[in-house]
Structures are given as C-alpha cells and as structure tokens.
Design a protein. Structure first.
Length: 262
C-alpha cells in the first residue's frame, strides 16, 4: 500500500473493515420470485438471480434479479457514450476505462439509461446504475464462500486476475482472464470498481437489499472493490473494500454497470 500513499497522497484511500475474510457457510442462489419484465439488455450483460451470501458472519439477501456487466466498462464504450476518455492509459479501446470518478461513472449510467429508453429497449421502471456493494460481492462470489471465487488462497490467481504480480504496471484488455462461475470477467483485478454505497462499517446483523448509509455529512467516501493492476492479489478478495471521495478519479479505479428495476 506504500505506492498509494507516497505517489498519490489520497486521504480517503485506505483499507477498511471487511478485508478478505473467508466465510463458513455455503452461499445460496434462489429461483427468482417473479419474472422480470423484458428490457433488452446491452451487449455483455449477465442475468444474476436473487439469492443470499454470507458477509463475514451475517447473511445478506438480494431479493431481486439484476443484470451486471460481463466485464468492466471499456475506454471505447465510455468514449462512445460520453464523448471523452479520462483514462491515464489512453488509446486502448478494449481496456477498462479508469481515472474516472464516481460522479462521472454515475453520469455514464444516467446517459446510457436515457439512450436505451429512447431506443425502445428499456421499459419504464428499469435503469442502468452502479452496483450496490452487496450486489457486487454476490456477483463476484458466484456461489463461492472463499476469499476468491477461484478458491481460498492466492494459488491459481494468475489465470483469473490482472494484479501487480503479472500486469507489468498497466491495465489489460477486458475478458482476457478466466471468468467466475457466472461468466463474469475481471471481478478480481485489472481495475478496482466503484459501487454505489457510501462507506461505513458493515452493520452487525442480517441484511436484505442493503444500499449502504445515506450521506449525512459524515459519510464522505464511496466504496470501490475488486482489486486492480497496481496492487497485489491479496488485496483483491471478494470482501475487500476501499474508499475514495466521489469526485476523485485515479488510474486504477473504473466500474461496471448493473441493469435492474428501480
């Protein structure tokens, strides 16, 4: 973590509670309680069924199905929608967009929602947005109860994740590493990914559809998850979480999108 502190001096970028704990119970995946209406998802979206996973010692339940991006939003996708590319590693259309703030990532989702609705592919009541932290972790785990979706240790990580050990100090094309059991790539590594939650320590109780705390002046930072090219694999576990001001962008943080009902 010395790289983060010395090179960027980010006040909000610190490791926080909930780093990389294995879980003792099996995750469960339930059948959807009710069929979703029929939007036409954008290319490379994966349907995730409602279910429950174990966060540290408490269950977290997601009661609704949702779609999530098969990979991180690329520079090319961001450029097409927003007309600009904020990335540090420029000119790499199939690499994840990075150096993108939470605010910019949220604006991308708003614009995609409007475009898809205008083109008749998105019924009222659906929207594209950033995943909640619970949605992100549930999708990352893909039914696994381990530290990583590929197992409980670092062994095998090279086949699944771009991290400091193998990335040669840069991002890489999305989807180049093996996916998890639900077909999602780069959930560990390549770039960290913004979530919609404001940061606070996890509540010590079972939760259903958590969205994090409301901002009240004390919650100043948004969560991002998943590990990135500039840090070792040990920081990329499914439970790992870091935080940063929503107005900041840095060259190892990007995002992927979710499609769901409001």
């Amino acid at each position: 973590m010395k790289y983060l502190v010395k090179s960027w001096n980010l006040v909000g970028l610190i490791p926080v509670l909930g780093l990389m704990f294995g879980c003792g119970k099996e995750s469960s995946v339930s059948s959807p309680s009710q069929a979703l209406r029929s939007p036409i998802p954008r290319t490379n979206m994966v349907l995730i069924r409602a279910g429950t996973f174990q966060r540290i010692q408490f269950p977290v339940t997601l009661s609704r199905d949702f779609w999530i991006g098969k990979h991180e939003v690329t520079q090319g996708e961001f450029q097409t929608v927003m007309g600009l590319n904020p990335s540090h590693f420029t000119g790499l259309s199939n690499h994840p967009v990075e150096k993108v703030s939470f605010v910019a990532a949220s604006n991308y989702c708003v614009k995609v929602t409007a475009q898809e609705r205008d083109q008749g592919r998105l019924p009222e009541g659906f929207e594209y947005r950033l995943p909640t932290e619970a949605e992100w972790e549930y999708a990352c785990r893909a039914g696994s109860t381990h530290r990583f979706y590929f197992g409980p240790t670092l062994e095998g990580g090279d086949a699944h994740a771009w991290t400091a050990e193998n990335c040669e100090a840069t991002t890489h094309p999305v989807g180049a590493k093996k996916p998890n059991a639900w077909g999602l790539h780069d959930m560990h590594g390549n770039v960290w990914e913004w979530c919609s939650d404001w940061f606070e320590p996890y509540p010590a109780r079972p939760l259903t559809d958590p969205t994090g705390p409301a901002t009240n002046g004390t919650n100043k930072y948004k969560v991002f998850k998943g590990g990135g090219w500039n840090q070792d694999l040990q920081y990329a576990g499914a439970s790992s979480r870091f935080m940063m001001s929503p107005s900041n962008g840095i060259h190892f943080v990007g995002f992927r999108i979710v499609l769901s009902t409001r």
